[in-house]
Design a binder for this molecule. Sequence first.
Ligand code: AP5
Ligand code: MG
Length: 191
Amino acid sequence: MLNIVIFGAPGSGKGTQSEYIVRKYGLHHVSTGDVLRAELKDGTELGKIAKGYMDEGKLLPDDLIVHMLASKLDGLKDSKGVIFDGFPRTIAQADALKKMLTTRGQDVSVMLNLEVPEDELMTRLIKRGRETGRTDDNEETIKNRLTVYHSQTTPVIDWYKREGKHRHIDGIGTKERIFRDICEVVDAVND
Ligand code: AP5
Ligand code: MG
């Protein structure tokens, strides 16, 4: 079983690289942001709760997200493994993921930390906002998302370093070059 956590700031390329990884390694892609946007579109209770947090660039409460993720995992069949995109984003979520996988006799294989300088993140997200209309891709909300990333999410890096699972990935350059670097790391843990 190959379970990958793809980690990084807003706009670092988690979703983009997840698509390549899914195609090459046949994993299930679980993006908490995508799940929440689908709930919002469907007008579910969870979607209504999520909207306020997402519009402000704040994280949803851990218990809600952990519950949502657990039911996603329960729904997966014939899995070669999962790529977790946008989760865990807090220490509590990292602890919860470890417990969830342990009860299934599994663990995280590797955590890929996509590192990209802040000015590049802002440029990418403003561009995407213009092109796709994603509502949290406006300057004010992006700034909030980055602040939340630094205060609540970066402690997760040390958490995975302590587990011996953290790998740095240079997230600047072509999508193809970044993917080649990712494959080297993944192939080394997937023997
Ligand atoms: P989420 O959807 O996870 O958003 P995010 O983390 O802010 O990250 P993005 O999806 O914006 O960026 P990405 O890293 O996927 O980059 P992408 O590949 O798209 O979360 C949204 C919200 O949901 C949160 O703010 C929160 O409210 C809530 N939420 C989600 N998970 C949660 C959790 N676990 N706990 C609590 N709340 C949660 O790339 C970005 C752009 O750059 C694209 O246009 C892409 O084409 C371009 N690009 C990609 N790679 C390159 C490259 N190498 N060169 C140039 N451009 C590139
Ligand atoms: Mg994404």
